[in-house]
Design a protein around this ligand. Sequence first.
Ligand SMILES: *Cc1c(COP(=O)(O)O)cnc(C)c1O
Length: 347
Amino acid sequence: MNSNFKLEDLIRKNLRTLTPYSSARDEFSGTSSVFLDANENPFNNGVNRYPDPQQWKLKERLAEIKTISAKQMILGNGSDEIIDLLMRVFCQPSKDKVILCKPSYGMYKVAAQINDLKIIELELDANFQPDVEKILQNNDSKLLFLCSPNNPTGNLIDKEVFAKLLSEFKGLIVLDEAYIDFAGDASMVKDLSKYPNLVILQTLSKAWGMAGIRLGIGLASVEIIQILNKIKPPYNVNVLTQNKALELLSNEETYTEKIDTLLEERNSMLNEMKTLSFVKKVFPSQANFILIKVENANKLYNYLIENGIVIRNRTTVALLENCLRISIGTPAENQQLFEVLKKFQEQ
Ligand SMILES: *Cc1c(COP(=O)(O)O)cnc(C)c1O
C-alpha cells in the first residue's frame, strides 16, 4: 500500500464537483415496452436505439473472463480513448506533468501534447527497464505511463522495478497491458485490489483480433472508474461494437488456439532470424511481434516494401538504431517473409 497516494488530490479541481451529462438511458435503464424518451427513430433497423452508456452486458462478460468486478472496468473507443480520458481527468493543461518512457508506444506522447501537458520523457536502460531513480525525482507528476510487454521492445517490466514504483510513486501508474495475453500469466489484474494508484489498460485489438471494432479496457479501483465514467462521452462504445464483441468473446477456444499458433510462429521466427547473416541482434519477445537489429534498417525496409511486405522501421527511435519491428502474421505470411529475407541475404 502506498501511503503517499491520495486520489482526491490528483483529480483536476474543476471535475471534482462536476455534474455529468445525464442521458435518457442513464435516467431509465430498466425494461419497458415503449421507449419514447430519447427522440430515437422508433422503426427497428437494428441500430435505431442508443447503446447502453455503461455497456453492462459486455462488461459482465469481460469481468468474467478477467476475473474482476464489472464496476472496476471502463470501456473506451480503443485504449486510445482511455489514455486521453486519464489525462483529461487528472492533468491540468499547461501545468501538470506526465512521465513517459522511451522507446515506448507513441500514443502517450501525442495524447499528452494534445492535452498540453508537461512531458518528462525518460530513456529506458540497456535492458529496456524504466529508470526508477529518475522517475522518483519527478514524483510531483500526475501520471506515469508504463507498457509491459513494451511496444516496440517486446519485454516485460521487472517485477521488482514495478513494485518499487507502485509503493513510492505519488501519482497514478498507468500500466498498458495491450500484449499481456502473449506473455503467459504476467497480468497485474489479480493484484489490482492491493494498489489504489494502479490503472491497467487492456484491449481487444491484439490477442482477441478485434482492432476494427475499437474496444479498449481500463481496469482500476471503483473510485477511479467512477470519475472516468463521469467525464467520458455518454455513448462512447457503439451498438455494433458492443454486439460484435459479445459475439466474438463467446468463443474462448478460438482465441486460445490463435494465441498458441502465434506463439509457436513467434518462436520459430525468432530462431529463423538468428540464422540470417545481416541480422545483428534478435531481441526476446513476450508479445505478438519481434524486434531485430540489422546492418542497414532502411535498406531492408525498402527491399521488403518492393517485395510486397510492410514492417515497421524503428531506426529513428531512441536506442533503436537499425531496428525493425515485425508483427507475427499467419504461418503462410511468415514463411513468405522468411523467403524474401533469404533472397535479400543472397543478393
Ligand atoms: C496496439 C496497442 C494498443 C491498442 O490500442 P487500441 O486503441 O485499443 O487499439 C494499446 N497500447 C499499446 C502499447 C499498443 O501497442
